[in-house]
Write a protein that binds this ligand. Structure first.
Ligand code: JD8
Length: 295
């Protein structure tokens, strides 16, 4: 996957060199390109903001700077992908309609067949970013993030690119950040770990809370490692028993109990078809009911 990020703080994304995302980049699974928005200004002060029409507090990011930046980033990426595909390819240098032209052997950064990116603009007024959205983005070959500062980007930028590519205004949660960069870090990590080959263990994605599957809408239960007793706190005996079936059942009980305690609203989202008799018994116990016979 290719990821472009245009920001006045490209240095904010240094954490993407580290750990799982750093490895994904080293392996060529995640190809991140950072761009300084101010490189597309034309004045000596490299101005990216101006006063809001209609008055009000703060400043708004200028549309011309964002427009030039987005146009050039897309054009250069397409030119690069065409170069990587080789000069013999008909239509190289244009936006080819996803023909899947093979790149040079071993060239992981070729991104053959790039058409146009999906553009993601973090904003507190956006569509909620969920695991479902992360899974959707993980299928895309190319994402372009446009994190703003100040009061946000002149709305005509989203209108313009909304008619040229898919633009999502997205929020990572109901709290107020100072800008979109932290939201981009969150989204790149959530999407990046879902890319094929990034996690060694395929089970870890299937077992995620919120991901489709048995753990959908359930919080993870507690985890333990050695020693079996630490400062008077013992690891639950069942986990030391070696009874894999009983351990799986205990873990699911704990997940149900923890979800009820910390995120009771998630219980309403549980698929009744995905609940077995024991699940219903645990939920009944949580609700303080004695009856465990009925549905
Ligand atoms: C982008 C500027 C700050 C936004 C005045 C102070 C996402 N879940 C989220 N919370 N906050 C953001 C977010 C905040 C941003 C920008 C994302 C750009 N700000 C502004 C408008 C009102 N504040 C976010 N995703």
């Amino acid at each position: 996957m290719r990821v472009d990020v245009i920001s006045i703080f490209p240095e904010y994304f240094a954490p993407l060199d580290v750990s799982l995302m750093g490895k994904a980049r080293d392996r060529g699974i995640l190809d991140i390109h950072l761009h300084q928005l101010r490189d597309w200004t034309h004045d000596v002060h490299r101005t990216v903001d101006d006063t809001p029409y209609g008055g009000g507090p703060g400043m708004v990011m200028k549309p011309e700077v964002w427009g030039e930046a987005i146009d050039v980033v897309i054009a250069e990426a397409l030119a690069g992908a065409a170069d990587a595909a080789g000069p013999s390819v008909p239509g190289a240098g244009e936006a080819r309609a996803g023909l899947g032209v093979p790149g040079e052997a071993g060239d992981e950064a070729a991104h053959e067949g790039l058409l146009l990116p999906r553009m993601i603009v973090p904003t507190p007024s956006g569509r909620p970013f969920t695991q479902e959205v992360a899974l959707e983005y993980a299928k895309e070959p190319w994402l372009l993030f446009a994190p703003a500062r100040y009061e946000g980007i002149d709305s005509r930028v989203m209108a313009e690119y909304g008619s040229r590519l898919r633009v999502d205004e997205v929020s990572i949660g109901d709290y107020v950040l100072a800008g979109g960069e932290a939201a981009v870090l969150v989204m790149v990590e959530a999407v990046g770990r879902l890319l094929p080959g990034v996690l060694g263990n395929a089970a870890s994605v299937a077992d995620d809370s919120f991901a489709p599957g048995a753990m959908e809408n359930l919080l993870e239960g507690p985890v333990y490692t050695k020693p079996p007793s630490w400062r008077g706190h013992d690891v639950p005996e069942i986990l030391l028993s070696g009874h894999h079936g009983k351990i799986a059942r205990w873990r699911r009980d704990e997940a149900l109990r923890r979800t009820a305690a910390k995120r009771p609203e998630l219980l309403a989202r549980l698929d009744p078809e995905g609940l077995d008799k024991r699940d219903r018994q645990v939920l009944d116990e949580i609700r303080g009911r004695a009856d465990t016979s009925g549905g």
